[in-house]
Design a protein around this ligand. Sequence first.
Ligand SMILES: NC(=O)c1ccc[n+]([C@@H]2O[C@H](COP(=O)([O-])OP(=O)(O)OC[C@H]3O[C@@H](n4cnc5c(N)ncnc54)[C@H](O)[C@@H]3O)[C@@H](O)[C@H]2O)c1
Length: 405
Amino acid sequence: MVEIKKIACLGVGLMGQGIAQVALMAGYDVVLVDIKDEFVDNAYKGIAVGMGKLAEKGKLPVKTPKTETTEAVKYTADELMAKCSKSTDLAAAVKDCDMVIEAVIEKMEVKKTVSKTTMDNGPDHIIFASNTSTMSITEIGKDCGKPGQVCGMHFFNPVPLMACIEIIKGDDTSDETFKTAMDTAKKLPVLRGKRYIAQVMKDRPGFIVNRLNAPANIYLSWAFDQALEKGILPDKPQMLDADIGKVAAMPPCVLSDYVGLDTLLHVMNYNEGALSPDFKPGKVLTDMVEKGLLGRKTGKGFYDWSGGRPQPDFSEKAGIIDINLLFSITLNEGCRILEEGVATGTKSVDDSNMAGMNSPGPFGWGKRNYEKAVGYLNAFVEKTGIEYLKPCDLLISGGFKKMRK
Ligand SMILES: NC(=O)c1ccc[n+]([C@@H]2O[C@H](COP(=O)([O-])OP(=O)(O)OC[C@H]3O[C@@H](n4cnc5c(N)ncnc54)[C@H](O)[C@@H]3O)[C@@H](O)[C@H]2O)c1
């Protein structure tokens, strides 16, 4: 097994900075790599400020454990930052690294180029782990010369606070690479809750967490268009949200605004190509993005965010969104994930969702309600013709109940 001592964090924007921070906190040597000096300088400063704040709160890791006679001594921010260097030359930077975790822009040709540069210039044993949200790990590694040493390592935003890391096995990823990536990820600390590593056994779109939650957007986009036809949107998003009420931490219109309607549209467009044409975004979503009504980030989406997070009045319902159908859709996708061999069992899917989205997975509800779920889904497909939401065989048979592990 390769021993990981030094990690190159490649592309130190939003995600790369978080990854570098947790890698430093785990005790790894880290080199920050990006395309311009100002980017690596900014990232270094951002991480140093973050470490300083954690030090003040007493949240940096222990350097010397407590003994019978002495208290535990924690690392200082300066000690951890002393393990951090900077570079704008990937070929030179990887020469003494054992692993690259890349978080460069989401473009296949860029990811392929940097995986090849890594393999051409790094030591023989170097591992290349990609934080891509949507791209095929197999394709990223295919032409780099050592596809067995390429895997996915998918973090959730904000990295230091989100417990889930998905480790993805591409078609060519070796067992040794997969295990080394798992072991490395386990060592990365998380500031809230407990670190959870999801094993993604097949390189399929959305991996586990994003895939599980993707088809709910088909339904919600359909519901937005229904609400437009019935004159509920654009003026009364609170009525649609009232259909879900307090069952969800954020009801659909608030959540869509919070995530950003452009992000939702982008994810649906991606899934339209990767999974099914039924992911094609509807009229409401498309028009709102065209008009720049993106939600929280632009101050206006379904709601006006100028006064902070909206607190909708749930007194009148639209009667369009059925929470049971929403649960059924997610349960059905969980079963598809198992059918395709992406996850090892229902527990892994549920735990991944909790760690990645702070929300329970579908199988607790599903065990008791799967027969009803089949009925809800069939009725909806018959009404709308949205074939992707047809119940899959594993849901219909209830066979998922025997697949806990
Ligand atoms: N933002 C999220 O919530 C999120 C969550 C999970 C995964 N991801 C994935 O993480 C990756 C990065 O996303 P982000 O939101 O941090 O983006 P970002 O735009 O904040 O950062 C990307 C960084 O990559 C750098 N870069 C571009 N080309 C490069 C190259 N050839 N070599 C080195 N650096 C290069 C850019 O200068 C920038 O600093 C993407 O693949 C994205 O899909 C993002």
